[in-house]
Write a protein that binds this ligand. Structure first.
Ligand code: ADP
Ligand code: MN
Ligand code: MN
Ligand code: MN
Ligand code: MN
Length: 356
């Protein structure tokens, strides 16, 4: 997209005459494409009963042209960190007119799974890795326009202009998440130049997917302000000299966190191992390019686990072993995974399947 020059007048101070702006946000039909449009509403509107809406699904790969309406159902409301005031962001689910969720809407099935295991108090902490990239050439920020930067090593948690690029984007995003009240637990610069990470969690059950998708939306919006793009690809630079991007998913249940929980930890890891081959196909498009067994990843085909092992499918943190209770880290999911799919699959595999 061509950039505009900045506006001379700041219109955000204008009177909205008793109206608020509600930005309705949803996931489009291509599994990672977030969409949004806004409507204005009276200030007195009840935020727990926002109206359903609809959009042209034939433009988002969610419907055909002759039956194009897809319904938006509000699921979570946040203060808008860009427009400020009383303006809001509205995270929505998408439905076909017959009441069925659309093909890319996995929230409903996830919510059903979490409803069945509410008492287990499933917690998720998701580490979203991404790269900033130049829109003109689809090449990472921090990489020379043609060619490669010096090898990986100084970039992870790096400081200084020779190793860091895009800190302003990361910081704007962190502030935006905090403004929305998201459970963002931290951020860091990653192993590849131009690569960053933020963590959302711990969140309980369906809240994890809701917060992750809104956090992704906020990142796209923040990057817009700086004229850069976000790349969610698991392996943006196709060589093992360069790390891919993952979405490590940290997981615990009430029993895992309670005294004596280590037995439950081991039991759940065993179940995840048994489900490996059918789970792995849910972990993101092109994840097989990332899970090479190198660059701090496990091999796609083999399930492994180990204490403090960053080359394993599942890492047991040292603190979990030391306390004999706590959480585990599933290192398999890719940066472009759907958090509704991954969190509910983990809950289903570890808590529900044996009860079928
Ligand atoms: P790493 O050491 O793998 O880089 P991070 O610090 O980036 O780990 O992310 C760890 C994530 O796990 C954070 O989002 C954190 O909130 C989350 N977390 C911490 N404790 C738990 C727990 N008991 N259950 C689930 N997630 C947890
Ligand atoms: Mn129109
Ligand atoms: Mn991390
Ligand atoms: Mn990381
Ligand atoms: Mn991790």
């Amino acid at each position: 997209m061509d950039e505009l020059s900045s506006a001379v007048i700041d219109f955000s101070e204008r009177n909205t005459n008793g109206r608020i702006i509600a930005e309705y946000i949803w996931l489009g039909g291509n599994l990672i494409d977030i969409r949004s449009k806004c409507m204005t509403l009276p200030e007195e509107i009840d935020l727990d009963n926002l109206p359903d809406w609809n959009f042209d699904g034939s433009s988002t790969n969610q419907a055909s042209g002759h039956d194009s309406e897809v319904i938006l159902k509000p699921k979570a409301v946040f203060p808008d960190p860009f427009r400020l005031g009383s303006h809001i962001l509205v995270w929505c689910e998408t439905y076909y007119p017959n009441g069925e969720p659309t093909d890319s809407n996995f929230r409903e099935i996830a919510a059903e799974i979490f409803k069945k295991c509410t008492s287990e108090k499933t917690w998720f902490g998701i580490e979203q890795e991404y790269i900033l990239y130049r829109k003109e050439i689809s090449w990472p920020l921090g990489f020379p326009v043609s060619g490669y930067p010096k090898p990986q090593g100084p970039y992870y948690c790096g400081v200084g202009s020779d190793v860091i690029v895009g800190r302003q984007v990361m910081d704007a995003h962190l502030r935006a998440c905090l403004h929305c009240g998201l459970k963002i637990s931290g951020t860091n610069a990653e192993v590849m130049p131009g690569q960053w990470e933020f963590q959302i969690g711990p969140c309980e059950g369906i809240e994890s997917g809701d917060e992750m998708w809104v956090a992704r939306y906020l990142l796209l919006r923040c990057a817009e302000l700086f004229g850069v793009c976000i790349c969610w690809d698991p392996k943006p630079v196709m060589s093992n000299d360069w790390n891919g991007s993952g979405c490590h998913t940290n997981y615990s249940t009430l029993k895992m966190r309670s005294d004596g929980g280590y037995g439950v930890v081991k039991n759940h890891i065993e179940k995840l191992g048994q489900a490996h081959s059918r789970y792995i196909i849910l972990t993101g498009v092109d994840n097989e390019k990332r899970l090479s067994g190198r660059c701090e990843t496990s091999d796609l085909k083999t399930f492994t686990f180990g204490v403090a092992d960053r080359g394993a499918s599942i890492r047991i943190p040292r603190v979990t072993e030391a306390n004999q209770k706590g959480y585990i880290e599933d290192r398999r999911p890719a940066s472009n995974m759907d958090p509704y799919v991954i969190t509910s699959a983990i809950a289903d595999i570890t808590l529900l399947e044996s009860a079928h």
